[in-house]
Design a protein around this ligand. Structure first.
Ligand code: BT5
Length: 264
């Protein structure tokens, strides 16, 4: 049996409002824009943007969930197909985080970047990114969630492990989600064009200017266990670099990071 969501078609399709002349596939309500895009990948085109006004079961990394209360968050997924430069794929999450930071700046909110691809304002998360790759089909779905008009009481009732904030809380006013989306799509297009032209090391260099972890001692949790050490930035492939207690340079593709105070 095909579930309702799987059979769903967009409420509106707007040509040319995606990335690089891609389409905007607008839904009033969807469980997850990433899940929809992955499921309908054959009918999606490169540059299509799947946008849900209301996303009910958004997902994060490792089956975690993403909260987007009612219509107060911006939740979208960008479909990228047949990317010619393989080395770009692992760094796409960081490219998207840079674009979100640009958009926040346009709205007078100053964000910083936390590896792998969170956007922070001071010590609180304002946006999250989920890059899902289907390498057999050479497809990447870049899911972006931004807390636009999300309120303090939304976060409190969700009992988030890590503290969160929003454009509303930081900016002291509500924002028009549609214009934030337009701004984000154009920033993402610019950042994507830049990585194609200037290469991935340029992404790592730009990241360093806004790096929330810069100069910190960290604890990194990954599927291989927990490692502590000194954070030394991103490499040109998007990996986290860490100097461990034995003075070894180590590189990580994935994990969750916390700042810590290391005993000397
Ligand atoms: C992420 O995962 O941060 C990726 C979030 C991606 C969401 C977008 S929305 C559009 C697209 N469609 C989807 O279904 N997903 C994408 P991760 O780094 O694993 O962080 C998840 C954790 O962030 C959760 O376990 C919560 O602790 C926290 N969290 C959940 N909702 C949040 C929110 N609105 N603001 C800040 N933190 C949140």
């Amino acid at each position: 049996m095909v579930s309702k969501e799987r059979a769903d078609t967009p409420d509106r399709i707007i040509e040319g409002e995606g990335l690089w002349e891609g389409r905007l596939l607008k839904f009033n309500r969807l469980k997850s824009t990433n899940a929809w895009a992955m499921h309908h990948i054959d009918s999606c085109r490169h540059g299509d943007v799947v946008w849900a006004i209301r996303q009910t079961t958004g997902r994060g990394r490792l089956s975690r969930s993403w909260l987007a209360p009612d219509d107060r968050g911006l939740t979208l997924s960008v479909v990228l197909k047949d990317l010619e430069q393989d080395e770009i794929v692992p760094i796409l999450g960081q490219v998207a985080a840079l674009a979100v930071r640009d958009t926040l700046k346009t709205h007078s909110i100053h964000g910083s970047l936390k590896w792998p691809n969170d956007v922070m304002v001071h010590d609180k998360k304002i946006a999250g990114i989920l890059a899902e790759v289907d390498s057999d089909r050479n497809v990447v779905i870049l899911g972006i969630g931004v807390n636009v008009n999300v309120r303090d009481d939304d976060m409190e009732s969700a009992h988030l492990v890590q503290s969160a904030t929003s454009m509303l809380i930081k900016g002291g006013r509500t924002f028009d989600i549609e214009s934030v989306r337009e701004c984000l799509i154009s920033d993402l297009e610019r950042r994507m064009n830049s990585v194609t032209l200037n290469g991935t090391s340029h992404v790592a260099d730009t990241w360093a200017r806004y790096d929330w972890l810069a100069g910190s001692s960290i604890e990194l949790h990954s599927s291989n266990g927990t490692v502590r050490g000194r954070y030394t930035g991103l490499d040109e492939r998007g990996r986290l670099r860490l100097l461990d207690g034995q003075g070894r340079k180590r590189f990580f593709w994935a994990g969750d990071v916390e700042k810590i105070v290391l005993d000397q």
